[in-house]
Design a protein around this ligand. Sequence first.
Ligand SMILES: C[S@@+](CC[C@H](N)C(=O)[O-])C[C@H]1O[C@@H](n2cnc3c(N)ncnc32)[C@H](O)[C@@H]1O
Length: 366
Amino acid sequence: MAGNKSLNAAAAAKQDEFYTQITDIEKELRHYRKHFAGKTILCNCDDPFESNFFKYFVLNFNRLGLAKLIATCYAGSPIVYTQMNLFGEPEEVVQAEREKKPYKVEVTQVYDTSGDGGVDMLDVAELFRTGKNALKLLEGDGDFRSPECLALLDEADIVVTNPPFSLFREYVATLMAYNKKFIIIGNKNAITYKEIFPLLQGNLMWLGAKPMGGSLWFQTPDGFSKKSDKVVDGIKLTEVPCCWFTNLDIKKRHEQMILVKRYDPDAYLRYANFDAIEVSATADIPCDYAGLMGVPITFLDKYNPDQFEIVGSSKDLGKPMKDVAEKGTYLAGGPRFYIKQKNGDYLYKRLYDRIVIRNLHPEEAK
Ligand SMILES: C[S@@+](CC[C@H](N)C(=O)[O-])C[C@H]1O[C@@H](n2cnc3c(N)ncnc32)[C@H](O)[C@@H]1O
């Protein structure tokens, strides 16, 4: 059992080492530009000289009008220190390298130090080397939950990162406890976690700008591989079904969905274990239905809180179908919604997760 536990921990640690591509960061963050001016940004799962989040913010520091950029790295990361030569070996860094200790950086100014007319990472390194910006060893291991990292969280206005997938629930809980604004990446599965869904339902967090269809491709360390991996420009990339989560306002959240279908009791089936209709594609939401509707989780991509209310999830609302199970007509996996079948081996079909919604302004039924 103990062996299994450590194998699971090792697998989880590998799953945590997924490095976000700069193009994905640029594509998402352009939707939040108005939020950054005068703000302190924290990247708290980011080795400054490896993370593209740090790179994005430091190279756009003046353009975005940032007040400060803070990044901390984690002792457990296998890539920590692989780029340290960029710092030009000040004493603290030599010591850090020797002891494999994590560190923090605090950037308050970024300018062209070489006189070549632009700002690049060598200028950024030079500003650390000359003490214009601060680079300090951390006392602990850089865990985002450690007191010194929490003090930095307290100081920050907006947290932007791709946190460890295995700690996503705890990571979000920490952001919530500190009442922070954030833009973070998480696995799509997180949407239905019992700790995460209530935040989406309560409008405390929503999906970012990237559409839910499709995945993100991450750079992964040697020793991790999936069948679907691809190599682009010599870099191995792994696909993970991820989306962005935020509590910063974005335009997409205010777009009205145009509803073209009308309710027809013959076309929309009712669930066997909850009083709502099944709408298997978001585009089929009837414009004139005032009752409860179950929709796929991809609905969240179109969710406008002025147009719809999220009432709950099929995981919580679906009444258990015990009798059905005893007769062998149950497809494993707990509650969720069931639809009576006309034909086939089973009496009922159990559906994928559904979100239960209500249209706040239904049209008059004809
Ligand atoms: C999914 S990777 C993303 C790295 C980077 N943010 C990026 O997007 O490229 C998550 C990072 O969090 C680090 N990490 C793991 N556990 C951590 C913890 N408890 N506190 C802070 N960082 C942690 C991992 O070492 C890894 O570098």
